[in-house]
Design a protein around this ligand. Structure first.
Ligand code: PYC
Length: 316
């Protein structure tokens, strides 16, 4: 006789950071075993991908939702470990998600104002929770890989932009014809999607985020961005890893000094403040810090019923 398969229960805390949602899995997620977070991410991808889809995709989630699996850290010097994922796959790091992680853990009584070390698949991240709820995220080392790469885009001609790492790979450009405002989401998404194909075809297959810039109504040193995420959703927040990549480009170009504040605005008008210090100036490597806040929007127990035809989510 086969054992009956009952529903699986997964405990989550939902939050948003500057408008961008995060779903933190605190109990009941897949057992990825031990070892470095990068290895556990591969185990997640290979053996438990349906959990990823069930947690963030419809009917329980949405294309904008980023999942965060709370893990025991591998590094002995860390307080928490985390693996981020989205509607189509996994993220190296996630800035808004780290702010959501700390705010959710504080909500759950698992941390109080102070500093925390977080183990991620792409390296150590430091976070600080302030008494007023602001959260600083000192991200992984970030750098510009290529300057002013020119790619062809149908109907527009060629577009130049930088390729940079901020915990994920970005193509960043100011050369875009659209106002960055909510009424233009469809056109911005279509343009950014075309750019991504062109950048990948130009020899940068690793780039899966595209970041478009426009001047901010507030003037410099700030800008408004539109970030297209790997699964086609746009980031409602100013994107923490995208802001890190932007800082790396500004630093490399000599357009922002070490310690100077950069304000990154999102399409919906939310913002992060950001700054950097040099990690290895001769190599153009910086350590970025992003500051923002998150708000808890819900606590839930997800129910994965094997008799539900969409138990494992509707894949895009
Ligand atoms: O904040 O780093 C970020 C991020 C990446 C994808 C969505 N948000």
């Amino acid at each position: 006789m086969t054992a009956s398969r009952g529903p699986i229960a997964i405990e989550v805390i939902d939050s948003h950071t500057a408008g961008e949602p995060t779903r933190l899995v605190i109990e009941g997620g897949p057992d990825l075993g031990t070892g470095p977070l990068a290895d556990r991410l591969e185990r997640f991808r290979e053996h438990f991908d349906r959990y990823r889809s069930a947690i963030v995709n419809e009917p329980r989630g949405s294309e904008a939702l980023v999942g965060a699996l709370l893990c025991t850290p591998h590094r002995a010097d860390c307080d928490f470990g985390v693996i981020f994922f989205n509607n189509v796959g996994f993220l190296g790091m996630c800035g808004h998600g780290t702010i959501g992680l700390i705010a959710s853990l504080a909500h759950a009584g698992r941390c109080t104002p102070g500093s925390f070390r977080i183990d991620t698949p792409v390296g150590l991240v430091n976070a600080r929770l302030h008494a007023d709820g602001r959260i600083d995220v000192e991200n992984v080392t970030s750098y510009r890989k290529a300057r002013q790469v020119r790619v062809p885009v149908g109907g527009v001609g060629s577009v130049r932009g930088d390729i940079a790492w901020g915990g994920n790979w970005f193509f960043l450009t100011h050369e875009q014809p659209l106002d960055i405002e909510p009424g233009n989401v469809a056109a911005l998404s279509e343009f950014a999607w075309q750019l991504r194909q062109a950048v990948n075809a130009a020899g940068f297959p690793e780039v899966d985020h595209v970041e478009l810039f426009a001047p901010s109504p507030g003037g410099a040193p700030r800008a408004r961005n539109f970030v297209l995420c790997p699964g086609g959703a746009y980031d409602r927040s100013p994107c923490g890893t995208g802001t890190s990549a932007k800082l790396a480009c500004l630093a490399a170009e000599g357009e922002l000094e070490e310690g100077e504040t950069w304000t990154q605005e999102s399409l919906i008008g939310s913002s992060f403040s950001a700054r950097y210090r040099w990690h290895a100036r001769d190599r153009g490597e910086i350590t970025p810090t992003i500051t923002g806040a998150a708000h808890v929007t819900g606590e839930a127990r997800l129910r994965l019923d094997p008799d539900d035809p969409f138990c494992w989510g509707i894949r895009p």
